[in-house]
Ligand binder design. Sequence first.
Ligand code: N2P
Length: 346
Amino acid sequence: MKKLGVLFLTISLLCMMLVSGQANGVVRVYNWEDYISPESLELFEEETGIKVDYMRFTTNEDMMVQVRTSPGAFDIVFPSDYCVERLISEDLLEELDYSKIPNAEHISDWLQDPAYDPKGVHSVPYMWGTVGILYDKTRVNGPIDSWGVLFSDEYAGEVFMLDSIRDTMGLALQYLGYSLNTREPNELMKATKLLIEQKKNRIVKAYQVDETKDKMVAGEAILAVMWSGDAQYSISLNDNLAYSVPKEGSNVWVDCFIIPKSSENKENAYKFIDFMCRPEIAQINCEYIEYSSPNDAAIELMGDEYINNPTINPPQEVIDRCEFFHDINDFLPTYNTLWAQVKNAK
Ligand code: N2P
């Protein structure tokens, strides 16, 4: 009788664990807002019995603070290129064992040996894209092909800016003809001044990040600085919208999967990366968030409409005028001071 009781208890415990998806522990995932399909997470939990503990961030800078100050809190994080570079220098990233990520074989050739992480030793690309201007075709006067429109009185009160330090300082620098990785005090001062004047002249409607895409769909502004996939999301919902990567150049970026050294569930983290690199799953995510995939097999599944979409797959000449951000760590205090001046300008 006693034995039966123990058996019954064990079976019910097992059932409870299965129902709650915790039979095989958890994986703690720290990703950007609106940056994965909930379906892919459910499919992962169903198939593996690993529970996904899902947390979100808005900018790379917010994420970096958390990763540094909360060891053990995350098993998978999605930093952009220049932050991968930084996290490697700080020795915070696991060297990846690719025998546990067979689906990484689908990653495109051009991302096999990226400058931010030679040979991809510490990171696997998740999505890539550009920064540009989303605009309402029916309300602009003339072509939107220069960052200059963001600083023109013509669009006063009609511009959403990105509340993201590198993106916004970067575009101001590029508009002025400088590199978005510059360390020249004079160039940085000029870019700061431009952004302060833009704000003082009431050209900026708001500094924000993830809210912008739905506000643009609703027609709340004429111009918005946006990441390409968010722009594509808005365009899919409102035919009046279009996206442009300005002629002065812009930022091209890659967001990656990394496993922090401090992860307490590394095996599950590997399973997560491998699952998300599976072509059908990469397709689900890509179609849901509308960013550019670095997964050749997924791209093939998505077909011509996806491949020929210039917002998602810009022509080579657009990529050629874009720069990657680089880690500017020792220089960050300078950036932060200048950025605070912009944000506090009245
Ligand atoms: C989408 C996040 C986009 C990441 N909300 C841009 N690097």
